[in-house]
Design a protein around this ligand. Structure first.
Ligand SMILES: NC(=O)c1ccc[n+]([C@@H]2O[C@H](COP(=O)([O-])OP(=O)(O)OC[C@H]3O[C@@H](n4cnc5c(N)ncnc54)[C@H](OP(=O)(O)O)[C@@H]3O)[C@@H](O)[C@H]2O)c1
Length: 266
């Protein structure tokens, strides 16, 4: 698939300085996308932008924005100015707290929910509206298997990822008829610096079998036209630990949407 023809010319990646975000950036630059790269730390973003410029010659803008701040989505929009953002990738989203709910400071959970829920929702409103008007575009929400149910130690994180899953499914159903693809890339354990740091703080090391960021990003780009969900390591019809497979969830949305449309037509 010619990604640039379908989703170009600009991609905005929120959470781009390392791990899967940086992998998306490298792979998209190789396909000719101009990039807007956002994270909190500017130094690694600029380093990545320089490498990308040298290797691929595309335009690469960087900005430090805390996606947990109340004005983050507005700042993303201001940053983009009138550039045609055909692809929005909301990657930042891990839980750096690693604590049971009552043992973590409420301010930390607020920040996590602000970044994973409010900023995700607002950024989709800002950037998917022009995509719908143009009749083309793509949105990738970087999700987690935590979206399928609560587990001890990840209460707020799992809840936020469940929001992203269901929100993304609805967006997919609403935007697909307008040529805009939406994918919740449900990741499993992935070898990212943030994940390594969290494990190190807990006195643990990365287990065997973690996905590589490059493989995860490649899967996300390949599956974007086939939303609303892609589960890392699972075929479309496999549910794994989820209640239902990606294919079953897609069919459920289609069946209910068709039934409602049928009732309304009566
Ligand atoms: N790694 C895994 O095992 C795993 C498993 C399942 C799902 N996931 C999902 O995969 C995505 C990426 O995870 P990750 O492990 O790479 O960790 P992450 O903490 O989400 O970091 C990824 C990027 O986001 C940026 N970032 C984080 N918080 C930010 C904030 N408040 N404002 C702006 N930028 C922010 C980081 O740079 P700065 O620190 O410079 O801001 C970094 O560039 C997340 O959505 C996560 O939920 C990861």
């Amino acid at each position: 698939m010619d990604l640039h023809a379908r989703y170009g010319p600009w991609a905005l990646i929120a959470g781009a300085s390392e791990g899967t975000g940086a992998a998306f950036a490298r792979q998209l630059a190789a396909q000719g996308f101009n990039l807007i790269l956002v994270a909190r730390r500017l130094a690694p973003l600029n380093e990545l932008a320089e490498t990308i410029l040298t290797e691929h010659g595309v335009t690469c803008l960087t900005a430090s924005i805390d996606l947990s701040s109340n004005d983050a989505a507005d700042r993303l929009l201001e940053l983009a100015e009138d550039r045609e953002i055909g692809l929005l990738i909301l990657n930042a989203g891990a839980d750096a707290n690693g604590a049971p709910f009552l043992d973590g400071a409420l301010a930390n959970w607020d920040a996590l929910v602000m970044r994973n829920v409010m900023t995700v929702m607002r950024a989709c409103h800002h950037f998917a509206a022009p995509m719908r008007a143009r009749g083309r575009g793509g949105v990738i929400l970087c999700g987690s298997g935590a979206c399928y149910g609560g587990l001890p130690g990840i209460a707020a994180y799992a809840g936020s990822k469940a929001f992203d899953l269901v929100f993304g499914e609805a967006l997919w159903a609403e935007l697909q008829p307008h040529g805009v693809d939406v994918l919740n890339l449900v990741m499993g354990r992935t070898d990212t610096p943030a994940h390594r740091e969290l494990l190190a703080r807990q006195g643990k090391t990365l287990p065997d079998g973690c996905a590589s960021p490059e493989d995860v990003a490649a899967l996300g780009l390949a599956r974007l036209p086939h939303g609303p969900i892609c589960n890392w390591g699972l075929a479309d019809e496999d549910a794994g630990y989820a209640g239902s497979s990606a294919a079953q969830r897609r069919n459920r949305i289609r069946q209910i949407s068709a039934a409602i449309a049928g009732q309304e037509a009566e």
